[in-house]
Design a protein around this ligand. Structure first.
Ligand code: HEM
Length: 165
């Protein structure tokens, strides 16, 4: 009888502890609320129309791959592609650049386009080939024409800082 009481007491304590800790866990989860930001007034930014950071990342990754495997400009990116750390920095810089340029919440921390490309003597034909790789990447993910044109309008003016330096 005494033994049974002891077993019951142990079981009861276990149940109380389990209930208590379960309750605590539940309360913690309830406290972790997602805070949704109020969208800015006015028409949606290009960033929003592109679908935000995930679609931008997909397009940038495809774009880098297209460039690195292109027969005309691929050799320009061979050192970058061969070094995983360098490739990752380049990738993040491009993502930030597109994200910030399209009105998103990122901050580009890389070099200016003039600094980044000086000494490379990039030709107009190479620049145009790179743009084709971007268009191909956007087509891969069915980016609509309007958004393609809007992104091109942000990047194309950089040509003067990239070509011939
Ligand atoms: C609108 C066109 C272009 C944009 C937006 C662009 C953007 C960038 C950015 C953001 C960087 C990284 C800067 C940094 O490291 O701080 C970079 C580096 C570089 N770009 Fe461009 N670029 C363009 C055109 C080109 C072209 C036409 C070529 C050659 C065909 C080229 C070749 C390179 C190379 C080789 C690097 C160095 C990558 C590394 O750090 O390993 N870029 N570019």
């Amino acid at each position: 009888m005494k033994k049974t009481s002891l077993i019951l007491a142990v079981l009861a304590t276990g149940i109380i502890i389990t209930t208590f800790s379960c309750k605590k866990k539940t309360e913690t989860i309830v406290e972790e609320k997602i805070v949704y930001q109020t969208p800015p007034p006015g028409p949606p930014t290009l960033y929003t129309r592109l679908g935000g950071i995930n679609p931008i990342t997909l397009v940038v990754d495809k774009f880098i791959n297209n460039c690195a495997t292109n027969s005309f400009i691929g050799s320009r990116f061979s050192s970058t592609a061969a070094d995983p750390n360098r490739l990752q920095v380049f990738r993040y810089n491009l993502i930030d650049q597109v994200c910030e340029g399209s009105g998103g919440p990122c901050k580009y921390k890389g070099k200016t386009m003039l600094q980044a490309h000086t000494g490379m003597n990039i030709t107009g034909a190479e620049f145009d080939t790179l743009v084709v790789q971007l268009v191909k990447a956007m087509n891969t993910y069915s980016v609509p024409t309007q958004e393609q044109n809007d992104l091109a309008a942000i990047l194309l003016p950089m040509k003067t800082d990239i070509v011939g330096h």
